[in-house]
Design a protein around this ligand. Structure first.
Ligand SMILES: [Zn+2]
Ligand SMILES: [Zn+2]
Length: 260
């Protein structure tokens, strides 16, 4: 099998049962380091429920991520412009970011917008978004490069902030890494730092990572600041931001009432 990112030859890594019924193989690319499942034929079954019941980290992750994201987007754009959360799930990130004063929108072809109704995005309008967040989505894509390219094209964004757990070779044993998520069958691509670097090169973008967030960007950003937002110091910066950005909680409330 050839690598889904760089087309180089891959080698068999291990096999495992997913969705409690299919035994599938995982392959490692010796060039870019992508660990990937065989061609996924089970996705329709895997997406019966887009957000799997065992995702207990959903709220905790959203709260932490929205804090880091607010710091980053304020630092780069002063919070000005529009932003969109790709694969936005129930809409929690969009709501949290709007509550922090960012003009944030939601998009997700696989999930119902529960918490950010009225702020879904229609890409046919060719609007300009300053930045895009795509959290816990890259590992769901069979072709990460096309996904990112398509995202950049339809949003005209300068910056993509992504999250996906990275691994280091040797490939973790199947029992040692929760991120394989065999029961769900939705995770089909697994990245190392060097894999993301390879992707950013192919897309002609700058690459930054603070271990939790990875940024692919058309513009240069401060790596030092990017690391800083992982530390509790971001709480201070969040106070600072509040002096400049008005939460949209109430204005959205009135806006939505008017729409009814
Ligand atoms: Zn590869
Ligand atoms: Zn996932």
């Amino acid at each position: 099998m050839n690598c889904r990112i760089c087309s180089e030859k891959t080698s068999f890594s291990f096999e495992e049962v997913i969705l409690n019924r299919y035994t599938i193989s995982y392959y490692l690319c010796g060039h870019c380091g992508l660990l990937q499942t065989e061609k996924p034929y089970w996705l329709e079954e895997a997406y019966g429920d887009a957000i799997i019941d065992a995702d207990t980290g959903l709220i905790r992750r959203n709260l932490f991520f929205s804090e880091m994201l607010a710091c980053i987007l304020f630092k780069i754009f002063r919070g000005k412009g529009s932003f969109v959360d790709i694969a936005g799930g129930y809409g929690m990130m969009t709501r949290l970011m709007r509550d922090r004063g960012f003009d944030y929108y939601w998009s997700d072809p696989y999930c119902e917008n529960v918490l950010a109704k009225g702020f879904g995005v229609d890409f046919s309008k060719e609007e300009k978004f300053q930045a895009v967040s795509a959290f816990e989505v890259l590992e769901h894509t069979a072709d990460p490069i096309s996904f990112l390219k398509d995202t950049l094209e339809k949003t005209n964004a300068e910056v993509i902030v992504i999250s996906t757990e990275l691994f280091q070779e040797p490939v973790p044993a199947s029992k040692d890494w929760f991120y394989y998520a065999f029961e769900g069958g939705q995770h089909i691509s697994f990245f190392q730092k060097k894999t993301l670097i390879e992707i950013s090169k192919r897309l002609n973008l700058y690459f930054y990572s603070n271990g939790t967030f990875h940024i692919l960007s058309k513009i240069k950003i401060s790596s030092f600041f990017f690391f800083l937002v992982k530390s509790p110091l971001r709480k201070l910066y969040l106070f600072w931001i509040r002096l400049f950005l008005q939460p949209k909680t109430m204005s959205d409330h009135y806006l939505l009432l008017q729409k009814k």
